[in-house]
Design a protein around this ligand. Sequence first.
Ligand code: NAD
Length: 289
Amino acid sequence: MSLLLGKPAAQQLREKQFQRVNNLRAKDLIPRLDIILLCQSLDESPYVLAKKKACEDISIECVIHQFPVHTSQSDLLHYIHALNHDPACGALICQLPLGAHIDTEEVVRAIDKTKDIDGFHPENMGGLALGHSDVFVPCTPAGILYLLRYYNIPLLGKHIVILGRSRIVGLPLHLLLSQKTVGATVTLCHSQTPHLADFCRRADILIAATGKAHLVKADWISPDTILVDVGITQVPDPNARRGYSLQGDIDPEAGEKARAVTPVPGGVGPLTVAMVIENCLKAWEKRLD
Ligand code: NAD
């Protein structure tokens, strides 16, 4: 079994991104990422802190607009509209998930599609489905494709099985990997799929994005299978410094048996963050057109 580490791939991207930031600055564009976050404390959101750090590492300004968890839908839409119209804001994320009192669909639709670097706006998602190249591809799917290509894993004609159909990972990943430029045959499984193990056994590449710790067992895969573990579940662990450890969707025995596997943490995660930066730069570079 070999480990598909995310950091070297992310580092390769970062070097090119740093150059792109300099190019923008040379043309008097100051790239900036705006993140709207509803939370009590920033410490609750390690993902946002990771995005901020990634920005700072390559001199992209990151502005976090932090509001209380109980912020109303209309106030949230008001903040989004203000940033949509602010020329200093070129890339905008409203960090999900939002509370149950918020209509997430409406929030996603409200973000200017040219600033929607998460790629969740219906026009970006629809463009991805139609194979348009000028849309923002959601960051985790884009990161997974980058990782597979970085490790020269053949995709053309391969059978890729995805577990999970969320708008953030599974659904856009299905759209991305089904494109002609990738050439894979993709099966999308979910919580209502019967006989999940049978689908997994037919995969050349199995991508698990369910958030169900250690769901994929060793007898679900063959020794030739490539495993991509997207899942991150916090499991109480008295021996861990923070009192919990992070577990992926793939049982360690399955990882041992496979040809290759992405670790959790340190596999897909660094690429997701790298793709946030990639999409942010893409949004700013469109201003040069
Ligand atoms: P989600 O809860 O929105 O979706 C989970 C999906 O898994 C659903 O489509 C559901 O049908 C499917 N599912 C649940 N149980 C299943 C089962 N037993 N068998 C088959 N399918 C099942 O979650 P999400 O936002 O897509 O995230 C999934 C996981 O990926 C989470 O652990 C999340 O933390 C992680 N994640 C990691 C990254 C990263 O960068 N590494 C990025 C995004 C999400």
